[in-house]
Design a protein around this ligand. Structure first.
Ligand code: ATP
Length: 230
């Protein structure tokens, strides 16, 4: 289980994240929603230990999260970092080997996720031959090849058309079925409402809405949730 307990992060006068608390069990999906500057990426960077919180703690299965937990995490950063001149296969093997995976174990996983995400391209193709949406899927696959228990996706739906967004939603639901704990950020409430168990809405670092999606929908109705995110 992942737990944020009263986490605050400031940058000078700016409070990027204020007193953030939540828990997510394995096999659950949480959506972190908010406009630009809401504090979503900062939340992820705190979790990854790229940043140190001013206050509060972050726990994974009851222990404060540390650099040793890096291999259980799969992180899709907002700024994608792929190598356009490498083939899909070489690229994915490179990332998985960095996480300590053996080449023979990686190949079947590449095939599995390429099929799941319906990547239009051959493993031997250079990445730059693929459309932007397919490149994005390859980057996501790079995040998953070491079977992370905690999957953090920063704006995974950005730039995807509705068909590919649907394919990605199915992939995220598959991770849930496999028992991973998934958090993703989004500006778009549709993706959050459709697949998340929990949501947190941030505005200028403050938690303005938090809870189970089913309960929030019952209390506020879809339109109200949508308006809150605007
Ligand atoms: P976006 O959707 O644009 O990525 P976000 O919700 O991810 O937005 P953050 O990037 O977490 O928002 O930023 C939250 C606030 O913290 C913003 O006001 C931002 O300017 C500020 N901030 C983030 N990182 C730094 C930094 N390294 N130094 C100073 N201020 C920062």
């Amino acid at each position: 289980m992942l737990e944020f307990k009263n986490v605050t992060k400031t940058f000078g006068d700016v409070t990027a994240v204020q007193d953030l608390s939540f828990k997510i069990e394995e096999g659950q999906i949480m959506g972190l929603i908010g406009q630009n500057g809401a504090g979503k990426t900062t939340t992820f960077r705190l979790l990854l230990k790229f940043l140190r919180a001013n206050e509060g703690q972050i726990f994974w299965n009851g222990q404060e999260i540390s650099a040793d937990d890096y291999n259980i995490i799969g992180y899709l950063p907002e700024e994608r970092g792929l190598y356009p001149k490498l083939s899909i296969r070489d690229q994915l093997i490179f990332f998985a080997e960095l996480k300590g995976k053996k080449r023979k174990d990686i190949e079947p996983k590449i095939d599995y996720w390429m099929e799941k995400f319906q990547v239009k391209g051959n493993k031997k193709d250079k990445l730059k031959k693929l459309s932007k949406g397919n490149q994005q899927k390859v980057q996501l696959i790079a995040t998953l090849l070491h079977d992370p228990k905690l999957v953090i996706l920063d704006e995974p739906f950005s730039g995807l058309d509705p068909v590919n967004a649907g394919i990605l939603q199915d992939g995220i639901l598959e991770l849930k079925k496999q028992g991973a704990c998934v958090i993703f950020s989004s500006h778009n409430m549709n993706n959050v409402e459709q697949i998340c168990d929990h949501l947190i809405m941030l505005k200028s670092g403050q938690t303005v809405l938090k809870g189970k999606v089913s309960e929030i929908r019952r209390s506020f109705g879809r339109t109200r949730i949508f308006l809150e995110s605007d």
